[in-house]
Design a protein around this ligand. Structure first.
Ligand code: ADP
Length: 618
């Protein structure tokens, strides 16, 4: 039993041991499993850590990039800020500059007005004395010199007026007039002023008004004339050979208004392309040396542009350097409904169908003449050379008359008309020549038509020659403006108040010649003293006088109880304000210096009549 007991014990021990081993074994296995798990998890964590590390590095890089970009943006923003500051500085400067320019412009206007006034005063002496001189008996040479003085003086006045005009337009004070006028007369008058200048340079001065253009218009004739004067003057200045053509066309109406297109075309030196634009700026010229040669202020085109704009038009220049220039502008105008718009005023129906031989070298001039004759139902036959013309005659063709220019190729300039008459004795020959050529003409049988050709003169001469009528009654000899009869007709006592000695003399002489014996005093105080002793009907009063000026004197007279005279202001200021000031001070009329005799005569006449009927102005 003890063996049994022993073996049982052994068995139990074995069992316990086995159990223990099993327990150890399972624990080890568990431990291994745990270790494996731990290892795996560690690896995972390491991997994730690495991943995080790399992500963090990436982020770091991105961050740096962003940092760099932000710096860049900052610097750009700084730059923009700088630019912005600069711009606002510039704006400030521009504003300042504009203010200064406006100030300067005002100062300029005042300066120009003052200067123009200062120049007008001595010009009064020059022009006034010249017109007096022209009223005296002069020989031809003396008359020519006197005329030149007069013309030069008037030119100088034009320059001054230009300057005044420009400053007036600049300051927006220019207003247009609307009055009926005749476009053809307006153009002919302008061309007439240049007849001598163009003759000296042997230029053909031509114009053409398209048949569709109504010639009786309502508008500001003076301003249109001013534009044309400027442009034709330029064209002649800058052309040494060929022709100047003024053309007017109807461009199609706008809002019931006529749109008239003007073109002033020359064959002169032209203007380089790059200089075309800036010529409309004031005081701008292509080349300063031309000023020395031709004169001019560089204001003409600037004034033209402003005036054209006032008439709702545009102006531009086209030019080919060396070939010529065309200035083109348009204006809006109105046809004068009240006036008959008869196209052709030449009544030569009886001569209709007659053939007229036209001989002229310049083809444009020829074309214009042809067109004119056709409008009058005549048949023009044109020739540009002497041979051509003579051939027509030699072939036995019949003509009612011949109209020929001078400088015809192939013939001695002024003998050509004689050669024509050698073939056909009875053919009337009309010679178109300039004022300068007129005196040299040796053929006493030729009838003369002065250039630039005016429509009504052409008409008259054709009528006379073709219809063999008596020539029109000789032109009335111009009647002298100054006559002692005037004072008899308009008896008045006149007091002259003027401080400038020359002007004193001038005005006294004019008034003397009208038959008055005026009293002359030097200033306002003397006027008042005189009026206290003596009555006067009229005072011709200078506005600018020392001690007591014209306006103050007038006010004093109007307040006093002396017999009230008619007071006529004489002043070198041309501005409308000055006129208003004179009238406000109690003056009755206003004449500007240089005094035009005609204006003075009119004002005296008016004053007399107004006094007679007891009318008081102002
Ligand atoms: P001005 O004639 O007083 O100088 P404008 O304003 O009329 O002033 O003209 C400005 C300039 O334009 C002239 O000085 C000249 O250089 C140029 N010009 C004007 N018209 C012509 C023309 N028909 N041909 C050539 N140049 C011209």
């Amino acid at each position: 039993t003890w063996w049994f007991r022993l073996s049982a014990l052994g068995f139990i021990l074995l069992a316990i041991y086995s159990l223990y081993r099993y327990r150890v074994y399972t624990m080890q296995a568990q431990q291994k499993k745990l270790q494996k798990q731990v290892r795996e998890q560690t690896a995972e964590v390491v991997k994730q850590a690495e991943e995080l590390q790399s992500q963090s590095e990436e982020l770091q890089a991105l961050n740096e990039e962003l940092q760099a970009q932000s710096e860049e943006l900052q610097s750009q923003s700084d730059y923009l800020q700088e630019l912005n500051n600069e711009l606002s500085d510039q704006k400030e400067q521009e504003l300042q500059a504009r203010k200064e320019a406006e100030k300067a412009n005002r100062a300029k206007s005042v300066f120009l007005a003052t200067m123009s006034h200062e120049i007008r005063t001595p010009m009064n002496g020059v022009l006034g004395m010249t017109s007096l001189l022209c009223e005296t008996p002069l020989n031809a040479e003396q008359r020519e010199y006197a005329d030149i003085i007069r013309v030069s003086g008037e030119n100088l006045l034009n320059v001054i007026n230009d300057i005044l005009d420009f400053s007036k337009i600049e300051s927006g004070q220019m207003e247009l007039e609307y009055k009926p006028f005749d476009l053809r007369h307006c153009i002919e008058d302008v061309l007439d002023l240049f007849s001598e200048a163009s003759a000296k340079k042997q230029l053909n001065l031509l114009y053409r008004i398209a048949p569709a253009v109504p010639e009786k218009l309502v508008g500001d004739q003076l301003r249109i004339r001013q534009i044309l004067l400027n442009l034709v003057n330029n064209a002649i200045k800058f052309t040494s050979k060929g022709e100047i053509l003024v053309e007017v066309n109807r461009l199609g109406d706008v809002n019931g208004k006529l749109n008239l297109g003007f073109k002033i075309q020359d064959t002169g030196i032209g203007i380089p392309q790059e200089k075309l634009k800036r010529l409309f700026k004031a005081f701008s010229q292509v080349d300063a040396s031309t000023t020395r040669e031709y004169g001019g202020t560089g204001l003409g085109l600037a004034i033209c542009e402003r005036l054209v704009e006032l008439m709702d038009g545009d102006i531009s220049i086209e030019s080919e350097h060396g070939r010529g220039t065309s200035v083109i502008f348009n204006i809006q105008s109105i046809a004068d409904e009240a006036a008959p718009q008869a196209k052709s005023t030449c009544n030569i129906n009886k001569a209709a169908g007659k053939r007229v031989l036209l001989v002229e070298e310049n083809t444009k001039a020829l074309q214009i003449l042809e067109e004119q004759l056709i409008q009058w139902n005549l048949i023009p036959v044109s020739a540009t050379t002497a041979q051509e013309a003579l051939k027509h005659l030699a072939d036995g063709e019949k003509f009612g008359m011949a109209i020929t220019g001078t400088n015809i190729p192939g013939a001695d300039t002024l003998e050509f008309s004689k050669s024509i008459r050698n073939i056909d004795k009875k053919l009337p020959v009309i010679l178109m020549c300039s004022v300068l050529e007129k005196n040299k003409i040796t053929d006493t049988d030729a009838k003369i038509l002065l250039k630039p050709i005016k429509e009504h003169q052409l008409c008259t001469i054709i009528k006379t020659e073709l219809l063999q009528n008596e020539p029109e009654a000789a032109e009335k000899v111009s009647v002298s403006l100054l006559s002692e009869e005037f004072a008899k007709k308009f008896p008045m006592s006149i007091l002259i108040a003027e401080d400038n000695l020359i002007n004193q003399k001038l005005i006294t002489k004019v008034v003397n010649k009208l038959g008055y014996t005026p009293l002359v005093v030097n200033n306002g105080n003397q006027v008042i003293d005189t009026l206290n002793r003596e009555n006067f009907d009229i005072i011709l009063m200078d506005v600018q006088m020392p001690e007591l000026d014209g306006l103050e004197t007038t006010r004093a007279i109007r307040k006093s109880n002396v017999k009230q005279p008619y007071i006529i202001a004489m002043t070198a200021s041309a501005m409308a304000e000055d006129k208003a000031a004179a009238i406000e001070a109690g003056m009755n009329h206003f004449i500007s210096k240089p005094i035009s005799i005609q204006e003075l005569v009119q004002v005296l006449e008016r004053s007399y009549i107004e006094k007679e009927v007891g009318y008081t102005a102002g």
